[in-house]
Design a protein around this ligand. Sequence first.
Ligand SMILES: [Zn+2]
Ligand SMILES: [Zn+2]
Length: 447
Amino acid sequence: MFLKIKFLGAAREVGRSCIVLELSDVHKIMLDAGVKLTQTGVVYPLIEVPDIKEMDSVNAIFLSHAHLDHVGSLPYIEHLRVEAPIYATSPTIKLGKILLEDAYKIENHKNKVPYKHADLEKLSKYFQHVRYNKTYEINVGLNKIEYEFVDAGHIQGSASIFLKIKNKNEEKITTLIYTGDINSIDTQLLEKHYFYREDSDIERFKEVDCLILESTYSDKEHENRELIEKKFIETLKLRQKAGPVIVATFGVQRAQELLTLFEKNKLFEKYNIYLDGMAVKTTNTFLSESEFIINADLLRKAFRKVNHIHGFEERRIALKKRGIYITTSGMLSGGPVMSYLKELHDDPNTTILLTGYQCEGTNGRTLLELGYVEVDGRIFRPKCYFEKFDLSGHAGHKDLVKLVEKLKPKKVILNHGDESSILNFEKELLSKDVQVIAPKINEEIEL
Ligand SMILES: [Zn+2]
Ligand SMILES: [Zn+2]
């Protein structure tokens, strides 16, 4: 055994991505440190008592991107005295800090978080900036680790992480790719994942020992993106005639994609459009890191035109305008969208548009599948109009298979997918003679 891989979360589920790689000399590397947001609260990675004691042997943390399901437990990990350098792109660092501050405020208000604000502050001194397509080397114990980040096309600064782990005398070398979340198509602000681009140089990533592959949409194909965007804009215009339209969105990437789409369709000239919640802050970061996006000028124009809402009073006044409200959270699981829900759920002229993946256990999912949401412990069956648009940031089934065929890894490990879809995907890959496993939480895999 040279390398042991253990999933502390996101194994047969979406949320709390956190993977530990245990090297031959007890030193450890961590890939992502996320949380899972559910209606009943925040779920942390499963770190059992013996492992908690060993957390100080984690010597490096690599972050794929700034979504809470990938960075949300960093302060908790810090609280367990990991105190290791955290490698990430600069948008991931900046956006991650905004998300963590926001999550702390929301959570600390409701429940008690298992860490202190000081743990969150302490993170700053551990961040190390990483650029795309550049090879770095670090020592972890007696091992040498080469690493390279490539653009994952999922959100600003998102990365797939390539690791080359060499033991003491470099007698044993193991290569691994952790995809993080990936998108295989161009969007308003991002180019598709590096591996899917025609001009990418992927020779050095082929036949890796292990590919840890996200599987969010492993059981679905996406409709053509342009068509979905067209339908979305048409619905928005039509429903706007009836009453207020609430566009529930993720604060990182989806909100900025929507702003850009609205600018392209010249909506700001015709409608009262508002941006509420964390997306105001994150959009500022997007613009300050504009080399990590395309079409930054369109986003800049949109951000200048959109009305910003800060707090309850401004929201109350804005609601009188019966406009279009872009607000977080995207799965109706917290944030200002909850105020809109409370206020307008009974009004059939109001519209709620969902714009992305809805995790199991969130209001977004129960609304779509069972027709109800839970707000402040009370169940509502909204009478307003609602519809979901698949403006996904994740590769669909066909493209996931394509990636496996292109990279030809010796072993594929599936994570970040609902249990039923991930098990079906495992079966399908097995039938194609791919060595594949969909581990359970805390299951150890040896390489
Ligand atoms: Zn993500
Ligand atoms: Zn994710």
